[in-house]
Design a protein around this ligand. Structure first.
Ligand code: FRU
Length: 433
Protein backbone atom coordinates (compact mmCIF):
# COMPACT_ATOMS: atom_id res chain seq x y z
CA UNK A 1 0.00 0.00 0.00
CA UNK A 2 0.98 3.59 0.44
CA UNK A 3 3.53 2.72 3.07
CA UNK A 4 5.41 -0.02 1.28
CA UNK A 5 7.41 2.13 -1.08
CA UNK A 6 8.94 3.99 1.82
CA UNK A 7 10.97 0.91 2.51
CA UNK A 8 12.98 1.29 -0.70
CA UNK A 9 16.35 2.90 -1.08
CA UNK A 10 16.38 4.30 2.38
CA UNK A 11 20.04 4.09 3.16
CA UNK A 12 21.15 5.94 0.03
CA UNK A 13 23.68 8.51 1.05
CA UNK A 14 22.18 9.63 4.34
CA UNK A 15 25.72 9.14 5.55
CA UNK A 16 24.55 7.07 8.47
CA UNK A 17 23.04 4.18 6.54
CA UNK A 18 19.96 4.65 8.66
CA UNK A 19 16.51 3.91 7.34
CA UNK A 20 13.63 6.31 7.55
CA UNK A 21 11.91 5.81 10.85
CA UNK A 22 8.41 4.48 10.54
CA UNK A 23 5.93 2.94 12.92
CA UNK A 24 2.41 2.96 14.22
CA UNK A 25 0.36 5.79 15.56
CA UNK A 26 0.07 6.37 19.29
CA UNK A 27 -3.35 7.29 20.64
CA UNK A 28 -4.72 10.25 22.53
CA UNK A 29 -7.57 8.46 24.26
CA UNK A 30 -10.89 9.43 25.82
CA UNK A 31 -9.47 8.34 29.15
CA UNK A 32 -6.60 10.83 28.80
CA UNK A 33 -8.92 13.61 27.70
CA UNK A 34 -11.32 12.86 30.56
CA UNK A 35 -8.64 13.93 33.02
CA UNK A 36 -8.26 17.45 31.55
CA UNK A 37 -8.23 19.91 34.42
CA UNK A 38 -7.41 23.63 34.42
CA UNK A 39 -4.82 24.07 37.16
CA UNK A 40 -2.67 27.19 37.69
CA UNK A 41 0.38 25.42 36.26
CA UNK A 42 -1.45 24.75 33.01
CA UNK A 43 -3.31 28.02 32.53
CA UNK A 44 -2.21 31.24 30.79
CA UNK A 45 -2.63 34.50 32.69
CA UNK A 46 -5.35 36.84 31.41
CA UNK A 47 -3.76 39.11 28.82
CA UNK A 48 -3.63 42.72 29.99
CA UNK A 49 -4.56 45.50 27.64
CA UNK A 50 -1.96 45.25 24.90
CA UNK A 51 -1.89 48.40 22.77
CA UNK A 52 1.19 47.19 20.92
CA UNK A 53 -0.26 45.93 17.67
CA UNK A 54 2.28 44.73 15.12
CA UNK A 55 0.29 45.79 12.06
CA UNK A 56 -2.20 48.62 11.56
CA UNK A 57 -3.56 47.20 8.34
CA UNK A 58 -3.68 43.46 8.82
CA UNK A 59 -5.07 40.93 11.22
CA UNK A 60 -2.25 38.61 12.27
CA UNK A 61 -2.76 35.06 13.47
CA UNK A 62 -0.68 31.87 13.00
CA UNK A 63 3.01 32.84 13.05
CA UNK A 64 6.26 30.89 12.57
CA UNK A 65 9.93 31.87 12.64
CA UNK A 66 12.49 31.31 9.91
CA UNK A 67 14.65 28.44 11.14
CA UNK A 68 17.81 26.74 9.96
CA UNK A 69 17.78 23.15 8.77
CA UNK A 70 18.68 21.94 12.27
CA UNK A 71 15.59 23.64 13.69
CA UNK A 72 17.36 26.51 15.43
CA UNK A 73 16.00 29.99 14.84
CA UNK A 74 17.77 31.84 12.05
CA UNK A 75 19.54 35.12 12.68
CA UNK A 76 20.88 36.61 9.48
CA UNK A 77 23.22 39.58 9.84
CA UNK A 78 21.48 40.33 13.11
CA UNK A 79 17.92 39.97 11.82
CA UNK A 80 15.24 37.46 12.75
CA UNK A 81 12.27 36.91 10.48
CA UNK A 82 8.78 35.58 11.21
CA UNK A 83 5.98 34.72 8.81
CA UNK A 84 2.31 35.17 9.68
CA UNK A 85 -1.09 34.49 8.23
CA UNK A 86 -2.57 37.93 7.60
CA UNK A 87 -5.75 39.47 6.18
CA UNK A 88 -7.07 43.00 5.82
CA UNK A 89 -8.65 44.58 8.90
CA UNK A 90 -11.54 45.57 6.63
CA UNK A 91 -12.70 41.98 7.01
CA UNK A 92 -14.62 40.66 10.00
CA UNK A 93 -12.36 38.24 11.86
CA UNK A 94 -14.32 35.15 10.82
CA UNK A 95 -13.83 36.01 7.13
CA UNK A 96 -10.06 36.19 7.42
CA UNK A 97 -9.45 32.46 6.83
CA UNK A 98 -10.71 32.68 3.24
CA UNK A 99 -8.35 35.53 2.44
CA UNK A 100 -5.25 34.46 4.34
CA UNK A 101 -1.98 35.74 2.87
CA UNK A 102 1.45 34.97 4.29
CA UNK A 103 3.45 38.12 5.13
CA UNK A 104 6.81 38.52 6.82
CA UNK A 105 8.03 40.68 9.69
CA UNK A 106 11.60 41.29 10.83
CA UNK A 107 13.22 42.25 14.08
CA UNK A 108 16.63 42.73 15.67
CA UNK A 109 15.56 41.82 19.20
CA UNK A 110 12.89 39.17 18.69
CA UNK A 111 9.98 41.27 19.96
CA UNK A 112 9.72 44.54 18.03
CA UNK A 113 8.51 43.50 14.60
CA UNK A 114 8.43 45.57 11.43
CA UNK A 115 6.22 44.61 8.53
CA UNK A 116 8.08 43.45 5.39
CA UNK A 117 5.68 42.41 2.65
CA UNK A 118 4.10 39.30 1.20
CA UNK A 119 6.07 36.06 1.32
CA UNK A 120 5.08 34.86 -2.16
CA UNK A 121 4.39 36.27 -5.58
CA UNK A 122 2.40 33.44 -7.12
CA UNK A 123 1.63 30.90 -4.44
CA UNK A 124 -0.53 27.84 -5.03
CA UNK A 125 -4.08 27.78 -3.75
CA UNK A 126 -6.76 30.44 -3.57
CA UNK A 127 -5.30 31.34 -0.20
CA UNK A 128 -2.52 30.03 2.02
CA UNK A 129 -2.68 28.57 5.49
CA UNK A 130 -0.05 27.77 8.05
CA UNK A 131 3.33 26.29 7.50
CA UNK A 132 6.98 26.65 8.38
CA UNK A 133 10.08 28.16 6.82
CA UNK A 134 13.60 26.77 6.62
CA UNK A 135 16.67 28.72 5.49
CA UNK A 136 19.56 26.73 4.03
CA UNK A 137 22.48 29.12 4.47
CA UNK A 138 24.81 27.26 2.10
CA UNK A 139 22.31 27.40 -0.73
CA UNK A 140 21.18 30.82 0.43
CA UNK A 141 17.57 29.89 -0.11
CA UNK A 142 14.36 29.60 1.85
CA UNK A 143 12.23 26.48 1.71
CA UNK A 144 8.76 27.64 2.59
CA UNK A 145 6.25 24.95 3.50
CA UNK A 146 2.61 26.03 3.53
CA UNK A 147 -0.96 24.93 2.93
CA UNK A 148 -2.48 25.63 -0.49
CA UNK A 149 -6.19 25.98 0.27
CA UNK A 150 -9.12 26.19 -2.13
CA UNK A 151 -11.94 28.71 -1.75
CA UNK A 152 -14.93 28.43 0.53
CA UNK A 153 -16.99 26.32 0.93
CA UNK A 154 -14.64 23.58 -0.18
CA UNK A 155 -11.52 24.17 1.90
CA UNK A 156 -9.53 21.51 0.02
CA UNK A 157 -6.02 21.57 1.45
CA UNK A 158 -2.72 20.43 0.01
CA UNK A 159 0.81 20.62 1.36
CA UNK A 160 2.92 22.97 -0.74
CA UNK A 161 6.52 24.17 -0.97
CA UNK A 162 7.73 27.51 -2.28
CA UNK A 163 11.49 27.59 -2.85
CA UNK A 164 14.02 29.93 -4.36
CA UNK A 165 13.57 33.06 -2.26
CA UNK A 166 16.45 34.55 -0.33
CA UNK A 167 16.93 37.50 2.02
CA UNK A 168 18.65 40.81 1.46
CA UNK A 169 19.55 42.43 4.73
CA UNK A 170 20.64 46.01 5.33
CA UNK A 171 21.05 48.32 8.31
CA UNK A 172 17.36 49.21 8.24
CA UNK A 173 15.60 46.03 7.34
CA UNK A 174 15.12 42.86 5.41
CA UNK A 175 13.85 42.22 1.88
CA UNK A 176 12.66 38.92 0.49
CA UNK A 177 14.14 38.57 -2.99
CA UNK A 178 14.42 36.02 -5.79
CA UNK A 179 12.07 34.03 -7.97
CA UNK A 180 10.14 31.26 -6.38
CA UNK A 181 9.06 27.92 -7.68
CA UNK A 182 5.97 26.31 -6.10
CA UNK A 183 5.16 22.61 -5.96
CA UNK A 184 2.52 20.46 -4.31
CA UNK A 185 4.22 18.09 -1.88
CA UNK A 186 1.30 15.91 -0.87
CA UNK A 187 -2.44 15.42 -0.96
CA UNK A 188 -4.62 13.24 1.24
CA UNK A 189 -4.46 9.65 -0.03
CA UNK A 190 -7.72 8.29 1.41
CA UNK A 191 -5.95 5.48 3.30
CA UNK A 192 -3.64 6.98 5.85
CA UNK A 193 -5.18 10.41 5.50
CA UNK A 194 -8.84 11.10 4.97
CA UNK A 195 -9.83 13.00 1.85
CA UNK A 196 -12.24 15.91 1.82
CA UNK A 197 -14.80 13.68 0.08
CA UNK A 198 -14.52 10.98 2.75
CA UNK A 199 -15.09 13.57 5.46
CA UNK A 200 -18.15 15.21 3.89
CA UNK A 201 -20.92 13.97 6.19
CA UNK A 202 -18.83 13.31 9.23
CA UNK A 203 -17.49 16.19 11.08
CA UNK A 204 -17.39 19.87 11.47
CA UNK A 205 -14.06 20.68 9.90
CA UNK A 206 -11.55 18.90 7.71
CA UNK A 207 -7.76 19.00 7.79
CA UNK A 208 -4.79 18.22 5.60
CA UNK A 209 -2.57 21.15 6.38
CA UNK A 210 0.09 23.00 8.38
CA UNK A 211 3.35 21.30 7.25
CA UNK A 212 6.12 21.89 9.80
CA UNK A 213 9.61 21.04 8.59
CA UNK A 214 12.11 19.11 10.70
CA UNK A 215 15.27 17.18 10.02
CA UNK A 216 15.25 13.83 11.77
CA UNK A 217 18.12 14.17 14.26
CA UNK A 218 19.27 10.54 13.87
CA UNK A 219 18.60 9.63 10.25
CA UNK A 220 19.07 13.10 8.76
CA UNK A 221 15.91 12.75 6.70
CA UNK A 222 14.00 15.87 5.71
CA UNK A 223 10.48 15.52 7.04
CA UNK A 224 7.30 17.40 7.72
CA UNK A 225 4.69 16.80 10.35
CA UNK A 226 1.18 18.08 9.57
CA UNK A 227 -2.48 18.14 10.65
CA UNK A 228 -4.64 15.39 9.16
CA UNK A 229 -7.61 13.14 9.78
CA UNK A 230 -7.69 9.34 9.84
CA UNK A 231 -10.44 7.77 7.68
CA UNK A 232 -13.10 6.34 10.02
CA UNK A 233 -16.66 5.09 9.66
CA UNK A 234 -18.20 7.90 11.73
CA UNK A 235 -21.52 8.91 10.22
CA UNK A 236 -22.35 12.42 11.31
CA UNK A 237 -21.28 15.07 13.84
CA UNK A 238 -23.11 13.30 16.67
CA UNK A 239 -21.01 10.15 16.18
CA UNK A 240 -17.78 10.19 18.25
CA UNK A 241 -16.03 8.23 15.47
CA UNK A 242 -16.41 11.24 13.20
CA UNK A 243 -13.79 12.93 15.38
CA UNK A 244 -10.59 11.59 13.92
CA UNK A 245 -7.77 14.14 14.13
CA UNK A 246 -4.23 12.93 13.55
CA UNK A 247 -0.66 14.15 13.33
CA UNK A 248 0.64 13.17 9.91
CA UNK A 249 4.19 12.69 8.69
CA UNK A 250 5.81 12.82 5.26
CA UNK A 251 9.43 12.53 4.20
CA UNK A 252 11.29 13.99 1.24
CA UNK A 253 12.48 11.45 -1.32
CA UNK A 254 14.76 13.84 -3.20
CA UNK A 255 17.38 16.39 -2.21
CA UNK A 256 15.44 19.23 -3.82
CA UNK A 257 12.62 18.55 -1.34
CA UNK A 258 10.13 18.65 -4.20
CA UNK A 259 9.07 14.99 -3.87
CA UNK A 260 7.47 13.63 -0.75
CA UNK A 261 5.97 10.43 0.47
CA UNK A 262 3.29 10.03 3.13
CA UNK A 263 4.16 7.95 6.19
CA UNK A 264 1.70 6.69 8.82
CA UNK A 265 0.52 9.30 11.33
CA UNK A 266 2.37 9.27 14.64
CA UNK A 267 -0.56 10.29 16.79
CA UNK A 268 -4.32 9.79 16.43
CA UNK A 269 -7.20 11.23 18.45
CA UNK A 270 -10.03 9.00 17.22
CA UNK A 271 -13.23 9.54 19.22
CA UNK A 272 -11.37 12.32 21.02
CA UNK A 273 -10.81 15.36 18.83
CA UNK A 274 -11.23 16.39 15.21
CA UNK A 275 -8.30 18.76 14.99
CA UNK A 276 -4.67 18.35 16.07
CA UNK A 277 -3.51 21.64 14.61
CA UNK A 278 -0.07 22.96 13.68
CA UNK A 279 1.82 19.95 15.11
CA UNK A 280 5.48 20.60 15.93
CA UNK A 281 8.28 19.03 17.96
CA UNK A 282 10.69 20.23 20.56
CA UNK A 283 13.60 17.83 21.01
CA UNK A 284 15.06 17.90 24.47
CA UNK A 285 17.18 15.43 26.47
CA UNK A 286 16.68 12.75 23.82
CA UNK A 287 12.91 13.16 24.12
CA UNK A 288 10.44 14.09 21.40
CA UNK A 289 7.93 16.59 22.69
CA UNK A 290 5.04 16.85 20.24
CA UNK A 291 2.76 19.87 20.55
CA UNK A 292 -0.61 20.49 18.88
CA UNK A 293 -3.43 23.00 19.32
CA UNK A 294 -7.06 22.28 19.60
CA UNK A 295 -10.39 23.91 20.17
CA UNK A 296 -13.14 23.30 22.67
CA UNK A 297 -15.63 22.88 19.80
CA UNK A 298 -13.70 20.04 18.13
CA UNK A 299 -13.74 17.62 21.08
CA UNK A 300 -15.91 14.55 20.44
CA UNK A 301 -19.36 14.30 22.06
CA UNK A 302 -19.07 13.48 25.76
CA UNK A 303 -15.66 15.12 26.22
CA UNK A 304 -14.64 18.62 27.21
CA UNK A 305 -11.34 20.45 26.84
CA UNK A 306 -10.43 24.12 26.50
CA UNK A 307 -8.96 26.00 23.54
CA UNK A 308 -5.38 25.10 24.40
CA UNK A 309 -1.90 23.90 23.58
CA UNK A 310 -1.71 20.15 24.10
CA UNK A 311 1.43 18.02 24.21
CA UNK A 312 2.79 14.48 24.21
CA UNK A 313 6.24 12.97 24.78
CA UNK A 314 8.03 9.91 23.40
CA UNK A 315 11.58 8.52 23.15
CA UNK A 316 11.56 8.49 19.37
CA UNK A 317 9.59 9.84 16.43
CA UNK A 318 7.23 6.84 16.41
CA UNK A 319 7.69 6.07 20.07
CA UNK A 320 4.76 5.49 22.32
CA UNK A 321 3.53 9.02 22.98
CA UNK A 322 2.40 9.74 26.49
CA UNK A 323 0.21 12.79 27.06
CA UNK A 324 1.94 15.51 29.07
CA UNK A 325 0.39 16.09 32.49
CA UNK A 326 -1.63 12.88 32.00
CA UNK A 327 -4.36 14.56 29.98
CA UNK A 328 -2.25 16.27 27.30
CA UNK A 329 -3.12 19.80 28.47
CA UNK A 330 -0.14 22.21 28.45
CA UNK A 331 -1.48 25.79 28.19
CA UNK A 332 -5.19 26.47 28.54
CA UNK A 333 -6.80 29.84 28.08
CA UNK A 334 -7.97 31.14 31.46
CA UNK A 335 -11.60 30.51 32.41
CA UNK A 336 -12.25 34.26 32.51
CA UNK A 337 -11.14 34.61 28.88
CA UNK A 338 -11.58 31.17 27.31
CA UNK A 339 -10.86 32.31 23.74
CA UNK A 340 -8.16 34.93 24.39
CA UNK A 341 -5.32 33.17 22.61
CA UNK A 342 -4.69 30.51 20.01
CA UNK A 343 -2.13 28.91 17.73
CA UNK A 344 0.60 28.47 20.29
CA UNK A 345 4.04 27.55 18.94
CA UNK A 346 6.57 26.06 21.36
CA UNK A 347 10.22 26.77 20.67
CA UNK A 348 13.22 25.54 22.66
CA UNK A 349 14.97 28.13 24.79
CA UNK A 350 17.63 26.69 27.07
CA UNK A 351 15.95 24.00 29.16
CA UNK A 352 12.54 25.61 28.79
CA UNK A 353 10.25 26.36 25.91
CA UNK A 354 9.07 29.75 24.83
CA UNK A 355 5.56 29.72 23.45
CA UNK A 356 4.36 32.28 20.96
CA UNK A 357 0.66 32.73 20.08
CA UNK A 358 -1.84 35.30 18.81
CA UNK A 359 -4.62 37.22 20.52
CA UNK A 360 -7.89 35.67 19.47
CA UNK A 361 -11.27 36.72 20.90
CA UNK A 362 -9.94 38.43 23.99
CA UNK A 363 -13.19 40.11 24.78
CA UNK A 364 -15.26 36.95 24.99
CA UNK A 365 -15.89 35.67 28.48
CA UNK A 366 -17.55 32.64 29.95
CA UNK A 367 -21.01 33.66 28.91
CA UNK A 368 -20.08 33.10 25.27
CA UNK A 369 -18.91 29.57 25.91
CA UNK A 370 -20.43 27.10 23.53
CA UNK A 371 -21.59 29.78 21.14
CA UNK A 372 -18.25 29.90 19.43
CA UNK A 373 -17.84 27.57 16.53
CA UNK A 374 -16.84 27.60 12.93
CA UNK A 375 -18.26 31.06 12.30
CA UNK A 376 -16.86 32.30 15.59
CA UNK A 377 -18.70 35.49 16.54
CA UNK A 378 -20.48 35.81 13.22
CA UNK A 379 -23.80 36.49 14.94
CA UNK A 380 -22.59 39.91 16.20
CA UNK A 381 -22.46 43.20 14.24
CA UNK A 382 -19.18 43.65 12.32
CA UNK A 383 -17.77 46.42 14.52
CA UNK A 384 -18.43 44.44 17.65
CA UNK A 385 -16.71 41.39 16.18
CA UNK A 386 -13.65 43.51 15.41
CA UNK A 387 -13.65 44.96 18.93
CA UNK A 388 -13.55 41.51 20.46
CA UNK A 389 -10.77 40.22 18.24
CA UNK A 390 -7.07 40.75 18.99
CA UNK A 391 -5.56 39.81 15.64
CA UNK A 392 -2.01 40.47 16.77
CA UNK A 393 0.76 38.57 18.54
CA UNK A 394 0.07 37.77 22.19
CA UNK A 395 2.60 38.01 25.03
CA UNK A 396 4.77 34.90 24.83
CA UNK A 397 4.81 32.40 27.68
CA UNK A 398 7.64 30.44 29.22
CA UNK A 399 6.90 26.78 29.99
CA UNK A 400 9.13 24.38 31.94
CA UNK A 401 9.41 20.81 30.71
CA UNK A 402 10.18 18.17 33.28
CA UNK A 403 9.79 14.66 31.84
CA UNK A 404 6.05 14.17 31.39
CA UNK A 405 5.15 17.27 33.41
CA UNK A 406 5.05 20.89 32.34
CA UNK A 407 4.38 24.20 34.03
CA UNK A 408 3.67 27.73 32.79
CA UNK A 409 6.28 29.79 34.62
CA UNK A 410 6.16 33.26 33.11
CA UNK A 411 4.44 35.64 30.80
CA UNK A 412 6.89 37.81 28.90
CA UNK A 413 5.41 41.22 29.37
CA UNK A 414 7.34 42.77 26.53
CA UNK A 415 5.08 40.79 24.28
CA UNK A 416 5.76 39.17 21.00
CA UNK A 417 8.87 37.29 21.85
CA UNK A 418 10.62 34.70 19.69
CA UNK A 419 13.76 33.06 21.13
CA UNK A 420 16.88 34.77 19.93
CA UNK A 421 18.39 33.11 16.92
CA UNK A 422 21.96 32.09 16.30
CA UNK A 423 24.43 31.43 13.53
CA UNK A 424 23.87 28.41 11.37
CA UNK A 425 25.04 25.20 12.95
CA UNK A 426 27.53 23.77 10.47
CA UNK A 427 26.48 20.23 11.33
CA UNK A 428 23.01 21.08 10.30
CA UNK A 429 23.78 21.66 6.66
CA UNK A 430 25.30 20.26 3.50
CA UNK A 431 24.31 16.75 4.37
CA UNK A 432 23.73 15.54 0.82
CA UNK A 433 22.18 12.21 -0.02
C1 FRU B 1 -4.91 27.38 13.36
C2 FRU B 1 -5.41 27.21 11.95
C3 FRU B 1 -4.44 26.43 11.14
C4 FRU B 1 -4.72 26.90 9.74
C5 FRU B 1 -5.14 28.34 9.94
C6 FRU B 1 -6.27 28.79 9.07
O1 FRU B 1 -5.19 28.63 13.90
O2 FRU B 1 -6.67 26.60 11.96
O3 FRU B 1 -4.57 25.05 11.31
O4 FRU B 1 -3.60 26.76 8.94
O5 FRU B 1 -5.53 28.46 11.29
O6 FRU B 1 -6.54 30.13 9.26
Amino acid sequence: GAIGAAGLGLSIGTGTGAAVEMGEASAWTREHANSIELTDDLTAPVIDENPDVISDDYWIWDTWPLRYRDGSIAKIHGWQVVFSLTASKDLVPGARHNEATIRYFYSRNGHDWTEGGTAFENPLGHHQWAGSAMYDHEQDQIYHFYTATSPEPEFRQRLALGKGASLETGPHGVDLVGDQEHVIMAEADGELYQTLEQSRDQGIVYAFRDPWYFRHPETGEDMVVFEGNTPTDGEDPSDPRSYNGNVGIAWATNDELTEWELLPPNLEAIEVNQQLERPHYVLQDGKWYLFVLSHEFTFAPGLWGPDALYGFVADSLYGDYEPLNESGLVIANPEAAPFQGYSWLAMPQGNDVLVESFENFRGLDDTSRGEIGLDEVGFLPAEEQKELFGGTLAPSLKVQLDGTETRVVAELNDGHFIPSGGSPNENGNGRGR
